[in-house]
Design a protein around this ligand. Structure first.
Ligand SMILES: Cc1cc2nc3c(=O)[nH]c(=O)nc-3n(C[C@H](O)[C@H](O)[C@H](O)COP(=O)(O)OP(=O)(O)OC[C@H]3O[C@@H](n4cnc5c(N)ncnc54)[C@H](O)[C@@H]3O)c2cc1C
Length: 462
């Protein structure tokens, strides 16, 4: 950022701080969750309130500089930070307010899901979200939101009642089913393309203690487990969620020593029905093939939500590849098993999330999220603390994806993608892309919000 007068004016208007290169804290603040991302913004506006966000948006637009918006900073492609330009850092816009009578929770745009789980649990409530509690509410929600409650309660966006946004022209609006309906449609899956969400209002569900956790089997049993799983999870009642994974057992407690560092396959279950019936419900699951490890039992919902946090602290190197799948054929299973056996590092993994149940009963064009008819969202993630292993994790993830992509439905879940170009974004939104591009042209015609899985304003497409 070079215009010193404009920068001085920005600083004087902010109640929060503007951190520039060379300032104490800059090196720390420019980091995002994925240690592979190394960008140097011209400034980081640590916004204290909505007024600061409006000031920052106006500054970026008037000075023609790149604007990135940082929620939880978890995005694999590093979409919460930019090179040069201004980062609008929402991490101070972090609050929750539960209304137990209405069964809703209002959440600040820079909150994490751990904040929400903590706040709602005290009221025996929960919002459907992802599986790591340090993930930002902003990015996860705007991209869709898949997790342990997807089959029972739908995607996170299916539980969004309204959102307050700062738009590209600096104005503020509330989007809901009754106000700015087009915008409300677009932000449910369309990412950060349309404005900065300062506050989300979610519907919460009566959930306190789950019957949940991982079950692991030997990798040699993976073909049997996958064939059983593909049938079971498409027929199971909505109360049962389970995502399939290939993983390496972490070398420490609570895992038994004989399994340490072993490549295995598993299903992470989450049952939210009547707890008194849980053992009975799980009898056929346990009965089909005895697991080598069974950590499934009663667990407070926030404990499940943060169960995997210690394995994935911030700063590791991450490389993601993703696709949607309509089915899991025997031929695809053979490829899965090949690459599952070749997991390159302890934290690398492959997850297959079910997109059926409640999430599939929302129409394909009811929200911007276009793959309601897919059965699975697959993500292959190469992860390691050491950058020296980047070639290995990237090569494995790409080869695995290349082998499975021919069996896929075409696009990928937007929150599981790296920076993969316009065609992949279009494939993600399918028939909804044109409508999104028109709404983008209405609310952000100059594409100020471009550091995201970008939807080009319709005019710019011609
Ligand atoms: C370890 C890990 C586990 C994950 N697990 C899941 C999972 O179980 N389910 C799932 O669905 N996803 C999961 N994800 C993916 C996650 O949804 C995306 O990475 C998401 O983009 C993270 O949001 P964020 O706010 O933390 O990211 P950021 O990097 O801060 O932002 C990501 C994008 O969203 C925009 N954005 C963020 N906040 C706002 C806001 N308030 N207003 C407007 N735009 C905003 C940013 O501009 C950027 O384009 C996981 C990611 C990680 C790293």
């Amino acid at each position: 950022m070079s215009n010193q007068t404009a920068i001085a004016e920005l600083k004087s208007k902010l109640r929060g701080e503007l951190i520039e290169p060379g300032d104490p804290g800059y090196e720390n603040l420019r980091q995002v969750y994925n240690g592979m991302i190394n960008r140097r913004p011209g400034g980081i506006a640590r916004c204290a309130d909505v007024a600061d966000i409006i000031t920052s948006v106006n500054f970026a637009r008037e000075n023609g500089i790149v604007l990135a918006v940082r929620g939880g900073g978890h995005n694999a492609a590093g979409l919460g930070v930019c090179d040069g330009g201004l980062v609008v850092d929402l991490s101070s816009i972090r609050y929750t307010h539960v209304d137990p009578e209405a069964g809703t929770v209002r959440v600040g745009g820079g909150s994490t899901w751990g904040d929400v789980d903590h706040a709602t649990h005290a009221f025996d409530l929960a919002v459907p979200t992802g599986i790591i509690s340090t993930t930002g509410v902003g990015g996860l929600t705007l991209g869709g939101g898949l997790g342990h409650l997807t089959r029972k309660c739908g995607l996170t966006i299916d539980n969004l009642i309204s959102a307050d946004l700062v738009l590209a022209d600096g104005s503020s609006v509330t989007a809901s089913a009754w106000r700015h309906e087009d915008l409300f449609w677009a932000i449910r899956g369309g990412g950060g393309n349309f404005g900065i969400v300062t506050s989300f209002l979610f519907k919460a569900h009566r959930i306190h203690t789950d019957y949940a956790g991982p079950m692991l089997w030997e990798i040699d049993q993976a073909p049997d487990v996958m064939r059983w799983y593909r049938k079971f999870i498409t027929e199971a009642p909505d109360d049962i969620n389970g995502f399939f994974a290939f993983l390496v057992v972490p070398p420490g407690p609570p895992f038994p020593e004989h399994l340490h560092n072993k490549k295995m396959c598993g299903i992470v279950w989450c049952y939210t029905g009547d707890l008194g019936r849980a053992e009975e419900v799980f009898k056929p699951i346990r009965g089909f093939l005895k697991p080598a490890l069974d950590f499934v039992g009663p667990i407070p919902h926030p404990a499940l939500q943060s169960m995997f946090d210690p394995i994935y602290p911030p700063g590791h190197q991450w490389y993601w590849k993703a696709d949607f799948f309509n089915d899991l054929s025997d031929a695809a299973i053979a490829q899965h098993v090949k690459y599952g056996r070749e997991l390159p590092t302890m934290q690398s993994t492959m997850h297959l999330y079910p997109v059926n149940g409640a999430a599939s009963r929302v129409g394909k064009d009811d929200t911007a999220w276009g793959y309601r008819d897919a059965t699975f969202a697959q993500v292959i993630v190469g992860v390691d603390p050491d950058p020296a292993n980047n070639d290995r994790i990237i090569k494995w993830a790409r080869s695995y994806w290349d082998a499975l992509h021919p069996y896929s439905a075409g696009g990928a879940y937007v929150n599981f993608m790296m920076d993969e170009g316009e065609d992949r974004v279009k494939a993600t939104y399918r028939d909804n892309y044109g409508r999104l591009a028109r709404i983008k042209a209405k609310y952000d015609p100059a594409n100020l919000f471009s550091v995201n899985q970008n939807i080009k304003p319709e005019a710019a497409m011609r």
